[in-house]
Write a protein that binds this ligand. Structure first.
Ligand code: HMG
Ligand code: MG
Length: 302
């Protein structure tokens, strides 16, 4: 079994979407440049969602245009969230303006909870899957990979506990819709090593968790300080791909409930350290990552 673990930094997207203030394009681009020097495998650069829903990322086109203008032969894979055909059109248009496939992957997103899906995308889970089908087809025709996120793999901020079997059902819907890889989100950081293992064990019945060509990624938020223990449990179960956010920023604005703001992602710094201490390799330069993390934290608006 491979000892190499794939790391995606989602701080420019998940990290900045939940900040109360809107961060300027130059700072976002600076964060992405700093991350590109760390050796992470992928950077989730932005999100082509409705600016009415997430004004913090309403500058997605400008961020891509600025990235396209930077000479950098060290870009890792850059990806972006797209909720529908309009979002994909924005991503493809950014690539067209760049004159090259600046974004090599797009990510669609749904949930294992109906209420969360409604709050986050104004659609039932089944409706999100129907929306994705033409997105996946057109993305593939354009030569892009497609990641499929499932939120609330342990618990939903509105419905409470989510059954592992439901997570697997939604994974199967995404795989049938043609996504290339699955990303499992513990959106509110409710997971424990046991509940994460239970979800992974179910998903592992649908596809091998350690397949490098078709990775299953774990996306943890770290509300209760248990995310590192969950990473160790997932490594034991065979997962070889994880998301983190430099500086531990992050959270979905639609996971916020009264009096409780959505929790931050596991910091990529803690993620990489945990993976290394468990005896795996990431290829990440931890000093460069610490610098990116300090910069990410300096962008906080509250
Ligand atoms: P809707 O209001 O039902 O959509 O929202 P609509 O089709 O009626 O469109 C409403 C307006 O938005 C229209 O503009 C559209 O043109 C525009 P108007 O005519 O009113 O001027 N619009 C768009 N604009 C730009 N880009 C687009 C787009 N689509 C429509 N792609 C919609 C449906 C899905 C658009 C909306 O609910 C949305 O954008 N949701 C995104 C919410 C979001 O980004 N959440 C955070 C990311 S998910 C997450 O954080 C979880 C994750 O980290 C994993 C985990 O932790 O679990 C991934
Ligand atoms: Mg998230």
């Amino acid at each position: 079994m491979t000892r190499r673990v794939r790391i995606t930094d989602v701080s420019p997207r998940d990290g900045l979407q939940n900040e109360p203030g809107v961060i300027d394009v130059a700072s976002k681009v600076r964060l992405i440049e700093l991350l590109s020097r760390t050796g992470v495998d992928e950077i989730e650069a932005t999100s082509f969602v409705s600016p009415k829903w997430v004004p913090q990322l309403g500058d997605c086109a400008q961020v891509c245009d600025a990235l396209a203008g930077i000479a950098n032969d060290r870009w890792p894979m850059l990806s972006a969230l797209v909720p529908n055909e309009k979002g994909l059109a924005g991503a493809l248009e950014a690539n067209r303006r760049a004159g090259r496939p600046l974004l090599r992957k797009v990510s669609v997103f749904t949930a294992a909870s109906e209420t969360f899906s409604q709050r986050n995308t104004n659609a039932t889970v089944a409706e999100t899957i129907r929306r994705f089908e033409p997105v996946v087809k057109a993305a593939h025709e354009a030569g892009l990979l497609v990641r499929g996120y499932v939120s609330c793999i342990v618990a939903c901020p509105f419905e409470g506990v989510v059954a592992p079997g439901r997570v697997r059902e939604v994974v199967d819907l995404l795989l049938n819709a043609g996504v290339d890889e699955i990303d499992l989100g513990d959106t509110i950081g409710a997971g424990t090593p046991e509940t994460i293992d239970a979800a992974l064990s179910e998903v592992g019945r649908s596809q091998p968790l350690d397949a490098a060509a078709r990775p299953t990624t774990l996306h943890l938020h770290d509300t209760f300080g248990r995310a590192a223990a969950c990473v160790r449990a997932a490594l034991d179960r065979g997962v070889r791909s994880f998301d983190g956010a430099a500086g531990g920023l992050g959270g979905c604005p639609y996971a916020t409930v009264a009096g409780r703001r959505a929790p931050g992602n596991i910091s990529t710094e803690l993620l990489v350290r945990t993976v290394r201490e468990a005896g795996f390799e990431t290829g990440v330069d931890e000093a460069a990552l610490a610098e990116a993390g300090r910069f990410a934290v300096s962008l906080r608006t509250a």
